[in-house]
Design a binder for this molecule. Structure first.
Ligand SMILES: NC(=O)CC(=O)C(=O)O
Length: 297
């Protein structure tokens, strides 16, 4: 058995097609979770903003409050759908993400959840790096016009399997989060994310493979399906990459589910062949996981 992963399992990533009707989005997401579980997935991932279209103009209307925990069904129907689907299917669900309204501060966040097979919430992650970019003539998107940023590295212990690192979309461009999670023992980094048709072809696969290669861990990136009628055109290409940076599964742009086997021996084999973990020179440069890190396990 692997040093990091207690038991091999199948991951299912749902490249969900969502529209403007939240109730329909939730019902549809639930159906797809049942489908993935029926196909044998033990850990199921949903994409960034699965209960709404992706765009700053939508966040306030679709936002839910998740405090106190558990929230009421009225305050957070998405939370309750994820919890009951996890319990019904006996799976772990990375239910990511939804716009969250923090009642106390009236701030909005882009928040992902992890539920266990009993339907209990194990962790939340608020997108830590907001998607503020301006590529002239191509795309301008300023998430910070509406959203506030989370402020921690999120590492979640799935008791049956081991630790995963969880972050959202633009977070993947900041290798520090991945390095910290991997050095704290994560075997898999999960990124629900909605790249677009400009940045997706440039960097989606490169980011996934780079985070996997640098850290010798599995990486799972889960996108919404592309909707060309929407204001934001998601790239799609949901993918799973192994610790040697090989792409194990990749979708196109339409709705579908990607499956991959997560095998602990592949991590050990990769790290034995190329032993980065014993060769780092922390006498020459600092270890980002050793300093003052705000993280949650
Ligand atoms: N949507 C995002 O948060 C990030 C993205 O599209 C990109 O980094 O490119």
């Amino acid at each position: 058995m692997s040093t990091l992963l207690k038991k091999n399992f199948k991951i299912g990533l749902i490249q969900l097609s969502s529209g403007s009707d939240k109730q329909k989005n939730l019902a549809h997401a639930r159906e797809k979770v049942l489908e993935a579980a029926k196909a044998g997935a033990n850990v199921i991932v949903l994409p960034e903003c699965f209960n709404s279209p992706y765009g700053c103009q939508y966040f306030p209307d679709y936002a839910e409050s998740i405090e106190p925990s558990p929230p009421s069904k009225e305050d957070s129907p998405s939370w309750h759908m994820l919890s009951s689907a996890a319990a019904e299917t006996n799976t772990y669900i990375v239910g990511a993400s939804i716009p969250e309204l923090e009642p106390k501060t009236k701030k909005y966040f882009n928040t992902a959840f992890v539920f266990n097979p009993e339907g209990e919430l194990l962790a939340t992650h608020r997108k830590t790096h907001l998607f503020d970019i301006d590529i002239p003539g191509k795309i301008k998107f300023i998430e910070s016009d509406v959203l506030s940023a989370g402020n921690k590295v999120t590492i979640v212990d799935l008791p049956e399997y081991g630790k995963i690192g969880l972050a959202i979309c633009y977070d993947v461009r900041f290798p520090e989060l991945a390095m910290i999670a991997a050095r704290k023992g994560a075997f898999l980094l999960v990124y629900p994310g909605a790249f677009n048709t400009t940045t997706g072809p440039m960097h989606w696969s490169l980011q996934a493979r780079a985070r996997a290669m640098d850290n010798q861990v599995y990486v799972a990136m889960c996108s919404p399906a592309r909707d060309t009628e929407a204001t934001y055109h998601a790239y799609g290409h949901t993918m799973v990459v192994n610790p040697n940076a090989d792409v194990l599964a990749e979708l196109e742009e339409k709705e579908d589910i990607a499956y991959a086997d997560i095998d602990g021996s592949k991590i050990d084999e990769t790290r034995k062949g190329i032993p980065l973990y014993t060769q780092r020179r922390f006498d020459v440069y600092p270890d980002v996981s050793a300093g003052k890190v705000r993280y949650e396990e």
